[in-house]
Design a protein around this ligand. Structure first.
Ligand code: GLY
Length: 371
């Protein structure tokens, strides 16, 4: 189906990565997005590529960890290729992530995360307080220990999104700023989407990649918003070297002296207003981890909506009993940026070649459907 027209509803990092990959594979692609260029998950993300720190506790924990590690590996080519084709930097840094415990209880918790990583063969190293502070001298003297995940990395998600837009348009893709309201079918097959204006965009396949909001096609997959608040400080005077994670905050240094601090979690809250009490608590947690941050000016605070699912794993592939040609790429929860390249790769094979890649089997929409 190399010449087919694929319609992707949703212009966040998942939809746009898939769009770019599909155009590279020879498909004609249209992306439909109503979000005015600021998709509520991607735009708010801190951009950590952190399988070591985002381990799921759910039934798909092992499958999700494996998928995360594969996607992290894919980022090593995806990032330079995107930067080259877009002619812009996306602030990809593969210099590891440091997890630091500030209390005895946090140390126990980090040890609990470290052991299974070691057992899975991850490149992780337990560090003494002195070793941690040697890697990040701005951390508080309260630090008791922690670990360094050598392979974990980060990007700037807003730059990634801008770069994806650029390469997608240059590859001949169409971006339609509109709200898709329903699926258009012909002889029971998905054949496009109808927009709020009443216009129908026709295609051969439709992918729903609308993050936490997927109720466009009478399917209602079980995604829900998990609000996350974050803020950015001007760290010009206290430059952080690398990403640091503590129990109550993560600190992600970005280009241009910007330090992104995240993030709160408020399930089923769909508002995009940051709560000042939650952001202040987050800021206090960051200052507790690195007291010098108290002198930094605040640049911005915001909220985003992670697409949560009941088991914390994404929903990828064809829903059972749905029109042929309909695909879901939803529910990446805390890991949309990390999982974008591998999601794009696997869904491209599925859409263009009909390969029901076994790697996607675990994440199939069918797991939530009545049998
Ligand atoms: N991936 C980090 C977060 O969702 O806050």
């Amino acid at each position: 189906m190399g010449e087919s027209h694929v319609i992707i509803v949703g212009g966040g990092v998942i939809g746009m990565s898939l769009a770019w990959r599909l155009t590279g594979a020879g498909a004609r692609v249209s992306v439909i997005d109503a979000g005015a260029g600021a998709p509520p998950a991607t735009n708010a993300a801190a951009g950590m590529l952190a399988p070591s720190f985002e381990q799921s506790a759910g039934p798909l924990a092992e499958a999700l960890y494996a998928f995360s590690v594969e996607s992290l590996a894919r980022w090593r080519d995806f990032a330079p290729m995107l930067e080259r084709d877009a002619g812009m930097r996306i602030d990809y840094r593969d210099d590891g992530i440091l997890g630091a415990a500030l209390s005895e209880a946090e140390e126990e918790e980090l040890k609990g995360a470290f052991s299974p990583l070691k057992a899975r063969g991850a490149s992780v190293e337990w560090l003494s307080p002195e070793e941690i502070r040697a890697r990040e001298p701005l951390l508080s003297a309260k630090v008791r220990g922690g670990f360094f995940a050598h392979d974990d990395a980060q990007v700037d998600p807003r730059r990634v999104l801008a770069a994806l837009h650029r390469v997608f348009l240059e590859a001949g893709g169409a971006f339609i700023a509109a709200r898709a309201t329903s699926l258009a079918t012909k002889n029971g097959d998905a054949r496009g989407v109808t927009l709020e204006s009443g216009e129908t965009i026709e295609g051969d396949a439709v992918v729903i990649a609308t993050g936490a909001f997927a109720q466009i096609c009478d399917l209602a997959p079980p995604v829900f918003p998990v609000k996350g608040e974050a803020l950015a400080l001007d760290m010009t005077s206290v430059p952080f070297a690398r990403v640091v994670r503590t129990k109550h905050a993560y600190l992600c240094p970005k280009a241009g002296g910007r330090l992104v601090i995240g993030a709160t979690e408020a399930p089923h809250d769909a508002s995009l207003d940051p709560s000042s009490s939650r952001v202040e608590a987050l800021k206090r947690a960051a200052i507790d981890a690195a007291p010098a941050l108290s002198s930094c000016a605040e640049l911005e605070r915001w909220a985003g909506l992670r697409p949560g699912t009941p088991d914390g794993a994404p929903i990828l592939g064809r829903p059972a009993e749905s029109p042929e040609g309909l695909f879901l790429a939803l529910g990446h929860y805390r890991n949309g940026v990390l999982l974008a390249p591998e999601t794009a790769e696997k869904l491209t094979s599925l859409i263009l070649e009909g390969e029901n890649a076994s790697a996607l089997g675990a994440f199939s929409p069918g797991r939530f459907e009545p049998r």
